[in-house]
Design a protein around this ligand. Structure first.
Ligand code: GCO
Ligand code: MG
Length: 408
């Protein structure tokens, strides 16, 4: 059999998603997530203008050869747009292969290494009371791990903080549909550094030591600030401190490691194993954060995580709502199969999104299971998708109090 049709779907059920559909000459359909938050059309164009015609007529079973063909063929290497496009093709071909085999994808990746995939929720609040309410709400749903983000005195809306009211749904969608330019947020690292340790102390007082708490620094600290912060929060036993400093400066993490044993997670903005080479070989991180969707797909992610396993480093695959349910399912099949699984990020998609994406993965008491359905276990309802027109959206831009552009 061969690849007969390649179609790109752009839909916006509450937020934008790009999905690749590959259909074989026997009519088998595979789906791949190609969503790159804030730059969706770039990936859609890369797929429809440059990749689709290269795939027609190829043997859909030759996944590794297709991956190499798309990685080495264009000559220009890596980058979020290219690797998201390759990821979508790769996911769709694995979806097809598992459907043809009549088994859930994780079975083709070595079978289950655990009963379920432990996930962490996003608990946030503009102040401690709201954060406390969110943590309680997620604990009542059975979550055993929560990422905690909160407002910082003196600053307005900042990254990771939901402004939704009480109740357990703490939707936080950073990409704003604000016309032709990003919204702007204000930041001050000094305020943040003096505020956050007290928040972790209160969480441990209120929720005890069993609850796994994670926190995302979102690239904003300098290496020495990150070293000081990671050291100061050691007593609060975080499961991980994420993106404590811009990770592309890989050797900067040597300074953080010299001062602290707080576990470190980095990589959601990375898109290839080469972005991690020093971080992994020098054991400067403890968790690999990339999304399957942004890192070249299942083929590349499995190789990256197998490389990390040699150095005792575990997975922490990226799973916010701007990873589509297809990309989430791909992560779950890998999470279930690999040995060096750490934890899986899980921001449940809203009802509008789930009208478009028919999912089969299940949540139970803080754990997800990818499903026993053949393939990835997610199907796109193309009619429902067509009802939600793409609307340009940008991730915010961040400035310091004096107006200097800073990492968002
Ligand atoms: C996370 C990430 C997200 C990103 C978002 C950008 O840890 O889930 O930091 O919150 O900001 O995926 O589109
Ligand atoms: Mg993050």
């Amino acid at each position: 059999m061969t690849i007969d049709l390649v179609d790109v779907s752009i839909t916006s059920p509450g937020r934008n998603f790009v999905t690749l559909k590959i259909t074989t000459s026997d009519g088998i359909v595979g789906w791949g997530d190609a969503t790159l938050n804030g730059r969706e059309l770039a990936v859609a164009a890369y797929l429809s203008e440059h990749v689709a015609s290269m795939l027609i007529g190829r043997d859909e079973d030759r996944i590794e050869d297709t991956w190499q063909y798309l990685y080495r063929g264009p000559y220009w290497r890596r980058g979020p747009v290219t690797m998201a496009a390759i990821a979508a093709v790769d996911m769709a071909l694995w979806d097809i292969k598992a459907k043809k085999a009549g088994m859930p994808l994780y079975q083709l990746l070595g079978g289950a290494s655990r009963e379920g995939v432990r996930v962490y929720a996003h608990a946030s609040g503009t102040d401690y009371a709201a954060l406390q309410n969110a943590i309680t709400g997620y604990q009542e749903l059975g979550y055993t791990a929560v990422r905690v983000q909160t407002g910082v005195p003196g600053l307005g809306q900042i990254y990771g903080v939901s402004s939704s009211g009480p109740g357990v749904r703490y939707d936080y969608e950073p990409a704003k549909r604000s016309g032709d330019r990003p919204s702007e947020e204000t930041w001050d690292t000094r305020n943040y550094l003096s505020h956050m340790p007290g928040v972790f102390a209160r969480i441990r007082e209120d929720f005890g030591t069993d609850l796994r708490i994670l926190h995302d620094g979102h690239h904003r600290m300098s290496p020495i600030e990150a070293a000081r912060f990671a050291k100061e929060i050691e007593p609060y036993d975080l499961f991980w401190l994420e993106d404590c400093t811009p990770g592309e400066d890989q050797t900067a993490l040597r300074l953080v490691r010299q001062h602290s044993t707080t576990p470190l997670a980095i990589g959601e903005v990375f898109n290839s194993v080469f972005d991690y080479q020093t971080l992994i070989t020098e054991r400067l991180i403890d968790y690999v954060r990339s999304a399957v969707t942004h890192t070249g797909g299942i083929t590349a992610m499995k190789k990256l995580l197998d490389f990390a396993a040699i150095y005792g480093i575990k997975s922490g695959i990226h799973g916010p709502t701007d990873i589509s349910p297809v990309g989430m399912a791909a992560a779950l099949h890998l999470d279930l199969a690999i040995h060096n699984f750490g934890i899986q990020e899980y921001m449940p998609h809203n009802a509008q999104t789930l009208e478009v994406f028919q999912t089969s993965f299940t949540f139970d008491q803080g754990f997800l299971h990818p499903s026993e359905q053949p393939g990835l276990g997610v199907e796109l309802d193309e009619d429902a998708a067509a009802a939600h027109e793409y609307t340009k959206a940008y991730l915010p831009v961040n400035r310091l109090l004096d107006g200097t552009i800073h990492d968002w």
